[in-house]
Design a protein around this ligand. Structure first.
Ligand SMILES: Nc1ncnc2c1ncn2[C@@H]1O[C@H](COP(=O)(O)OP(=O)(O)O)[C@@H](O)[C@H]1O
Ligand SMILES: [Mg+2]
Length: 527
């Protein structure tokens, strides 16, 4: 059998068991022995050491899904695997790959149309619905127990940053900064209307809070510049020594003078700050932090309207930024600087807390997914209920559509419909239900017009998912169908893997014959 299809299906089978709220988590161990526990399809695939080129394509599919819509990464891979599996069955019946590919493409187009037809149009700022969508995306995560609390924060964050455009709304996720600090509980996670900087105020005598902050951003050090070369200074008397030190002190003093003249009372410096400068700044009541990350400097510039300058001389009032309050606060055992009430109100942060590093890491991934699905809906305000309901309904409609087609193409289109049902089947399996019973109940209830009949993972029964508030963005479903079809058809088109000329094997002459017996360099590489 085609080894590409085989390899791709193995990847799909591996992550199948993690689909849905009752899906299992995976513990990933890297070559250093570091452990990640996750249920996030994209994360699992990213960390898996996949070698086979076809298997790598499945990883790519998940990545595309993640980049485009941020959720549905497990579903897309499971769906692609099932499309390939059904294609294999057809090929066994001597139906040619090109016929299958054409049928799949046709079916995909229909699927997207049906999906759009059944979707529910909502108000883009419908908080209640956005929260439901966010909670659904977190239902399958480790942090599900606090899904509602975290969803509320995520919705508030997105609504804060969403911009009105001519066609609707746009939300730039870069405007939501996620900051983690292990310790406390998940419910200590907070939304900050501004930025959180993981640094302390550099000197203990400096003020810990500044109101009406005029913020200077500097990306050079506040020290006396050392010459590039080893310079020697001849000092022959104590007076000369004193004069030299005085001069240095004078330069540092002037530096602080300039900051003060610029009307600046908060300094964020990307490099170091000399002790003497710290001391002088404390005396002037200036709050300062040093060695900030470049990304923090950029976020501060965006949020406060400050310009990052490369020279203390340029710290002028016009280039300074504004925030209503800059304050150092104690978070657990550590201190962080909060910059709130920024000039640009569309800058928010979520400070993630939780019992351990692993929890805050998984919480970050889950909140990221939630932010993505909220953005998806705000930008394209259409939702469907979850739990496999849309897949069953779309499959039903595609089957009916296929009846008008002739012969072989009909088989391919029908196979596509059947493949879609892998989602509810897998949800049922992972919940411990009998998948065959579940699917036939689902089909018959949809036949009777119960549009949102789906698998209630928590109870293990077929219910109306809309009544259970399980909603997802239509975009997530549409993207999964598109990407899975694309990947499956692409793999079906390949009948062999050819080793390209840039082989590591010295036995292979450069530019030599491309094909290798068995198709794979060195046979079937490990998965
Ligand atoms: N409470 C629930 N009951 C049943 N199904 C649910 C529930 N919450 C989410 N789902 C379903 O779980 C699936 C998503 O599972 P998930 O593990 O998050 O995978 P993915 O990486 O594809 O998002 C979707 O089909 C969604 O409708
Ligand atoms: Mg999900």
């Amino acid at each position: 059998m085609n080894s590409n299809v085989m390899a791709a299906r193995i990847v799909a089978d591996t992550i199948k068991t993690s689909l849905g709220p009752k899906g299992m988590d995976k513990m990933l161990v890297d070559s250093f022995g570091d452990v990640t526990i996750t249920n996030d399809g994209a994360t699992m695939l990213k960390e898996m050491d996949v070698q086979h080129p076809a298997a790598k394509m499945m990883v790519e599919v998940a990545k595309t899904q993640d980049d485009e819509v941020g959720d549905g990464t497990t579903s897309v891979v499971v769906l692609a695997g099932e499309l390939l599996s059904k294609a294999m069955d057809l090929m066994d019946k001597k139906i040619h790959a090109t016929v299958i590919i054409d049928g799949y493409r046709d079916a995909q187009e229909q699927a997207l149309k049906f999906l759009d037809e059944i979707s529910i149009k909502i108000e883009p700022r419908d908080k209640k619905m956005l929260r439901k969508v966010a909670t659904t995306s977190m239902a399958s995560k480790l942090v599900a127990g606090h899904g509602e609390y975290l969803s509320k924060l995520a919705v508030d964050a997105i609504l804060q940053i969403a911009e009105k455009t001519e066609e609707g709304y746009e939300a730039d996720l870069d405007m939501v900064k996620l900051e983690k600090k292990p310790g406390g509980a998940l419910t200590d996670t907070t939304l900050i209307k501004g930025l959180v900087i993981d640094k302390e105020v550099v000197h203990s005598d400096m003020p810990k809070i500044i109101r009406e902050a005029k913020i200077g951003l500097l990306n050079t050090s506040m020290e006396v510049e050392k010459t590039e070369f080893d310079a020697k200074i001849h000092i022959e008397s104590p007076e000369e020594m004193q004069a030299y030190l005085d001069q240095e002190e004078q330069m540092l003093r002037e530096m602080v003078e300039k900051v003060k003249k610029g009307g600046i009372n908060v300094i964020f410096c990307q490099k170091g700050i000399d002790d003497m400068v710290q001391h002088f700044m404390s005396r002037e009541g200036i709050l300062a932090a040093r060695r900030l990350k470049k990304s923090d400097m950029e976020a501060l510039a965006k949020a406060t309207g400050a310009k990052v300058v490369t020279n203390v001389d340029d710290l002028t009032e016009t280039d300074a930024g504004y925030a209503a309050v800059v304050e150092e606060k104690k978070i657990g055992d550590e201190k962080m600087i909060f910059v709130e009430g920024c000039k640009n109100p569309k800058a928010v942060s979520i400070l993630i807390r939780g019992g351990s590093e692993r929890i805050v890491d998984e919480a970050e991934r889950s909140i990221h997914d939630a932010l993505c699905v909220i953005r998806d809906v705000v930008e394209e305000p259409k939702v469907v209920a979850g739990g496999g309901a849309p897949e069953i309904e779309v499959a039903r409609k595609i089957r009916r559509y296929s009846e008008a087609l002739s012969g072989r193409e009909r088989l391919a289109v029908a196979a596509f419909a059947e493949a879609l049902e892998v989602i509810p089947i897998t949800l049922a399996e992972n919940t411990g239900m009998d998948p065959i019973d579940a699917i036939s109940e689902l089909q018959s209830r949809h036949e009777k017009g119960e549009l949102w009949a789906g698998i209630n993972s928590l109870k293990g029964e077929v219910v109306d998912m809309a009544e259970h508030d399980v909603y997802e963005p239509m975009q997530v479903k549409a993207q999964a169908i598109k990407s899975a079809t694309e990947a499956a058809t692409m793999l079906l088109k390949i009948d062999d893997v050819i080793a390209a000329s840039k082989m590591r094997s010295p036995a292979m002459p450069p530019g030599g014959p491309g094909g290798m017996p068995g198709g794979m360099p060195g046979g079937m590489p490990p998965m």
